[in-house]
Design a protein around this ligand. Structure first.
Ligand SMILES: Nc1ncnc2c1ncn2[C@@H]1O[C@H](COP(=O)(O)OP(=O)(O)OP(=O)(O)O)[C@@H](O)[C@H]1O
Ligand SMILES: O=P(O)(O)OC[C@H]1O[C@H](OP(=O)(O)OP(=O)(O)O)[C@H](O)[C@@H]1O
Length: 230
């Protein structure tokens, strides 16, 4: 039997996909609890791959709605994404991602909202066909189907609040946190669809092949998110 000479290898660092802004900011304390400090601030640097205090862990910065894609295809081992984003991704890629932990960060609600002068209840009772503008087409379709309300869904990528104001739609489906954006645009929330928070997602193959690297991070994140809930 021949013995193989051992060659020094540096495996690809564990890769965590995050979006800039609130998810990045709210993930920093979780990373800290796992002994990980990010070396650069994505708001100041144009770099998309950020090193950390641990040579075996790196962060990639991607659009919030792209996080599931990077993780599904294994370009990132893990990621953090809002339930809003995960519901839309799952509609096209059911079961593609392992979602072990609700991190309870970036919390808000997915709601139906209309102009103040639009009688949503009456329109629904009358069986009117509603025009609804949203970025969250799958969640909206599921919601209105479960209520038996006929809708024409108009896909938008942002600034949903504008749609009812200029006659593009009767209603929107959007995220609401403080309610300030609705208020500033004279809109009201007329129905809650689901509570939203961000979850850790893990590539299914990475979970098996890199378990010893991923598990301690998962455990630290879970402990830290439970501690903030208490
Ligand atoms: N006002 C809010 N308060 C709390 N959490 C929010 C709020 N708005 C969005 N979120 C959550 O934070 C996540 C990231 O939001 P962010 O605004 O950073 O990205 P985005 O602009 O929605 O995504 P993309 O860049 O892909 O269009 C959302 O998917 C959602 O889960
Ligand atoms: O109830 P509020 O506290 O006002 O938050 C709600 C707003 O937050 C999100 O937008 P965001 O601030 O992320 O900007 P975006 O449109 O660039 O995603 C969402 O799309 C709403 O517009």
């Amino acid at each position: 039997m021949t013995t193989q000479a051992s060659t020094p290898t540096s495996p690809t660092p564990l890769t965590l996909a995050l979006s800039k802004g609130r998810i990045f900011e709210e993930t920093l304390p979780l990373l800290k609890s796992a002994g990980i400090e990010v070396n650069e601030d994505p708001e100041k640097s144009r770099k998309l791959i950020l090193g950390t205090s641990r040579p075996d862990v790196r962060i990639i910065i991607v659009r919030a709605s792209d996080v599931p894609t990077y993780v599904e295809y294994g370009a990132a081992d893990m990621g953090i994404a809002g339930k809003d984003v995960l519901v839309e991704h799952a509609a096209a890629h059911p079961g593609a991602l392992y979602q072990p932990i609700d991190l309870n960060i970036a919390r808000c609600k997915l709601c139906v909202a209309t102009r103040k002068d639009f009688d949503y209840e009456a329109a629904v009772k009358q069986g009117a066909r509603l025009r609804v503008a949203t970025k969250y087409v799958s969640a909206a379709r599921e919601h209105f189907a479960s209520k038996g309300v006929y809708v024409d869904l108009i896909k938008l990528y942002g600034s949903m609040e504008l749609a009812p104001l200029i006659g593009l739609a009767d209603a929107i489906v959007d995220l609401v946190s403080t309610g300030n954006t609705l208020k500033a645009n004279d809109l009201v929330a007329v129905e809650d669809i689901m509570p939203i928070s961000s979850r850790l997602i893990v590539n299914r193959a990475a979970l098996k092949l890199r378990r010893e690297g991923i598990e301690p991070i998962m455990e630290a994140f879970e402990r830290a998110s439970l501690a903030t809930m208490a």
